[in-house]
Design a protein around this ligand. Sequence first.
Ligand SMILES: [Zn+2]
Ligand SMILES: [Zn+2]
Length: 173
Amino acid sequence: MSEPIAERIRAVEAATADWWAHLVATYPGLQRAPVPAVAWLRRGATAGRADFQRWLVAFNRPMLERDDGYRIILPETVVHELAHLAAFRLHGSRGHDAAWRGVMARMGITPQRTHDLDVTGLPGVQRRWRYRCACGEAQLTTTRHNRIQRGTQAYRCTRCGERLVRVAEDGSG
Ligand SMILES: [Zn+2]
Ligand SMILES: [Zn+2]
C-alpha cells in the first residue's frame, strides 16, 4: 500500500468538500444545502452510496484499502455520489437519470452506473469461481462450485450446452 489508510480517508473527506464546493459554484441552487457528511461502508461490493435523508455520502472502506479500489473511489465514486445528492436537491432525481448524468458531465466525469473493479475477497462479497465453456467464461457461486466438485451436479451452459469446466486461477486455490 502506497499510503496509510488514515491518509486515504482524509483525502476522500477533503475531496468530498472540494468537489461539493465545485458543484455549488456550478449550480447556485445548491448554495443553501449543507456540505454532505462522509460515512464508511464496512462490507459489500458497492463502491459508494448517497443518503438523501441523512444528507451524506458513504464509501466502501475495505475497497479504499486496495490500491485499485482507491483509484476508483477518488475521484470517480466521490463525484458519482455527490452528483446523486446534487441532482436530488436540484431536480428530485433518485437514480441514474438524465439529471444525474447531466451533473456528472458538468463535473467532467464519465457517468457510469457501476464500477468494474474485481470485488473478490471484499467482506460481505460472495466468492465467484471461474468456469468456461465453448462460448466463454462464467462466474459461479460457491454453492454451485461445490456441487460440481462433489460430482452431485453437472452444469451445462444454457447457450452452447457444453459442460462447464473450471478455469485454473493464477496463484490462489
Ligand atoms: Zn449511483
Ligand atoms: Zn456456452
